[in-house]
Design a protein around this ligand. Sequence first.
Ligand SMILES: NC(=O)c1ccc[n+]([C@@H]2O[C@H](COP(=O)([O-])OP(=O)(O)OC[C@H]3O[C@@H](n4cnc5c(N)ncnc54)[C@H](O)[C@@H]3O)[C@@H](O)[C@H]2O)c1
Length: 256
Amino acid sequence: MLTSASFRLDGSTALVTGAGGGIGAEIAVGLAEAGADVGCLDRPSTHLDDTAARIHAMGRGAVALSADVTSPDSLAAAVATVESELGLLSSAVNCAGIHSNAPAEEMELGTWQALIDVNLTGVFLSCQAEGRAMLRNGGGRIVNVGSISGTLVNRGINQIHYNASKAGILQLSRSLAIEWVDRGIRVNVLSPGYVRTGMARGVQTARTLDDFLDDIPMRRMATPSELVGPAVFLLSDAASYCTGSELLVDGGITRW
Ligand SMILES: NC(=O)c1ccc[n+]([C@@H]2O[C@H](COP(=O)([O-])OP(=O)(O)OC[C@H]3O[C@@H](n4cnc5c(N)ncnc54)[C@H](O)[C@@H]3O)[C@@H](O)[C@H]2O)c1
């Protein structure tokens, strides 16, 4: 029977990458509001401590983890710290990501590689570290943050590496979902449309904000907090039959 408890995360221990700002910070706090204790992972010099403090203020457990998602050792150490300080890992949201843009014919190999390292290899390595713990623990739930850019080509933004990384997250997640389907781990993708964060503000484009709003049926960008409910849902028992799926949270943009 479906109850409101099915939509909560009470008793779970979660890890959120990219939790030092933007969407990841809001999701980390949102998981705590839904009842989880949360390991908050990001690079140094972000607002990780603020995220952890917001979670502590609501009486939930939190640990700030300074780590890089391109480093398997750093991820393994982060998972170990979460498990020793908060409890056995059962949920994860992989939100860390970077953005840059340049015309394809001018893009330096280093620019391509640096983005793929974080956005695609970093998601694989995060899933691997989390999955190893979840397999030991008898199961878990993983949400990888993709993008509408995994499906469409953003009008007026030359970002071939970003689009390829986000398309890669979709098939990576479907593959993992099926590899782990008999071992209790669900893997899904949460794909935002345009969200008002530092990343969106940093995009280099000749288009105006109004041009972008014209692409969106809802005529506005999302706030980071509008990604929280969908993330909680995918991690919760209410989504018990969802694996290998993509939840688009995009104001309708992929339907135009
Ligand atoms: N903002 C948007 O419009 C939008 C749209 C679709 C998808 N997304 C995706 O949502 C996710 C979050 O983006 P955001 O808009 O909140 O951006 P953001 O820049 O505010 O947050 C990204 C976070 O990832 C962290 N990060 C980057 N590289 C890292 C690394 N190597 N190791 C650990 N942490 C690292 C950053 O420090 C930062 O705190 C990204 O995956 C992004 O691609 C964003």
